[in-house]
Design a protein. Sequence first.
Length: 598
Amino acid sequence: MASPIDSKETPAKPSNFLRQVIVRDLEEGTYAQRHWGGTPGDAAHQHAGPLDPAKIRTRFPPEPNGYLHVGHAKSICLNFGLARDYEGVCHMRFDDTNPEKEEQEYVDGILDAVHWLGYGWDANGTSHLYHASGYFDFMYRAAEYLIEAGHAYVDEQTPEAMRANRGDFSKPGVDSPHRSRSIDENLQRFRDMRDGKLADGSAVLRAKIDMASPNINMRDPTIYRIKHAEHHATGDKWCIYPMYTYAHPIEDALENITHSLCTLEFEDQRPFYDWLLDRLAEGGLVNTPHPRQYEFARLNLTYVITSKRKLKQLVDQGHVSGWDDPRMPTIVGLRRRGFTPEAIQLFADRIGVSKADSWIDYSTLEIALRDDLDPKAARAMAVLDPVKLVITNWGEAMGGDDFLDPCSAPVHPHAPERGKREFMCGRELWIERSDYEETPPKGFFRLFPGNKVRLKYGHVIECTGSTQDASGRITEVLAKLVPDTKSGTPGADAIKVKGNISWVGVADGVKAEVRLYDRLFSVPQPDTSEKDYLEELNPHSLKVVTAYVEPSLGKALGDEKFQFERHGYFVADRKDHTPGQGKPVFNRVTGLKDTYGK
Ligand code: ATP
Ligand code: MG
């Protein structure tokens, strides 16, 4: 069923269960009467404002404790993408309710990553960039309200007793002896907690729900704990901090979020999410109708780990060169590797969202990348494992050993308007070592004694042999030019050849460092077995070679992407490539074809 909204807003996107929920809410006007006070706030603040100009509100709520990875990219594309497609707004929210040191580096990195992916949080003349720690006052007030309404109590059991009394799947929980305390006593004890009169771990505030609930998360979950710790934003104002499960629904409600999207492991938390917001709505504290939580499967990508903590370990222990190492699945790593925002968005669209956990094959990401780069990337010739080819009759055939023959090739074969690249053919060229065989295996069409091949964009040559050093290693491949066969000249096709060799002139070729990256882990599902995931690292994930590239690449700008003919896609390294200063550095982005798992 194609609804009018869906077909108008998202002609190309396949539908999914989240889009269906949103379309239904828009059709039914679920949130149409809600007001928005211009900033996050309680019910009174929102009611005082006009009707919410945003049809839906979603949010992306990272904890600023590391760099974002490809799993976060899925969440970003989803949340910002849905807001864009349905005339909504996506809030950028730092979930900084833990009193841990917030590193500015991570905050900046996260904002950069979201921008780079193509999204922003400015809409309707406002910046929707928020910090969850900005809501501590409200969270405290809401906690006192819950106590006053008989929905929360201070529990002073030991953590061990609390755990034992929670029960398990087969055993209902046991009420805490503090569960029946009076409201006044609870209020007093909670204020004692707030005022620093109690030690860490000696008391918690718990929601009073149902100790026999089949959902263990509903057995009086903890909502506040004592932690005498400084907070980066609120300093030492607080020594009690809200639990995530309490904080998150409140953050959503204060921000007028309509659809709160999270990963499947939060499914069992949804009843508490609703319970809490229903109680706060009863008390007139939060705007209604309140946000709803929807769960989708997190991204698991083969050969990749997506845990900030473990990625940090790879960085801290020097297994990679940093968060932006081109082998890292971080957004900065993917960017430096040569991924484009469009490729990542395409990937996110293709994998879609589902309700079932699964592993996505790494090739899906690479295919999206090739699909994006193929029409964009300029072509170039590069020789990654060079050996010299000497055309022994060059002087005779071309009128002098030093003569250089200008050749050209299209920047892009399907876009003639992008012009031509120019380079010189001469007596000495660099070719791939693997393009020559002294004794050719069956089906080998490239260089071997007696065989004719075409130098791409140049003449046909006939191989005459090779020279070798004492160890038998080939030092030069020898050939003779066949006159009047230059590509693009009349009669060039008179001689038919099966092999087409890419090359770079010794005279005008540019020496370059090329970093050949491979998968960081050598097993398809790292970190899922008994084994330490560090033992699953691929020892051959980086190989650095000295290559020769055609002169057009000497002018490549950092981050510029190319297709090296026959080899795949390469990018001028953002950090180390210094255009025009004699040290070109290219990263292999991906091969021309899928070789993963093959
Ligand atoms: P990590 O365990 O790597 O720290 P996290 O889920 O704790 O990940 P947050 O900073 O809390 O990281 O995540 C911000 C948002 O990104 C959350 O809404 C979360 O659901 C989403 N997210 C994180 N990892 C993935 C993933 N692999 N696939 C999809 N969404 C993800
Ligand atoms: Mg987290």
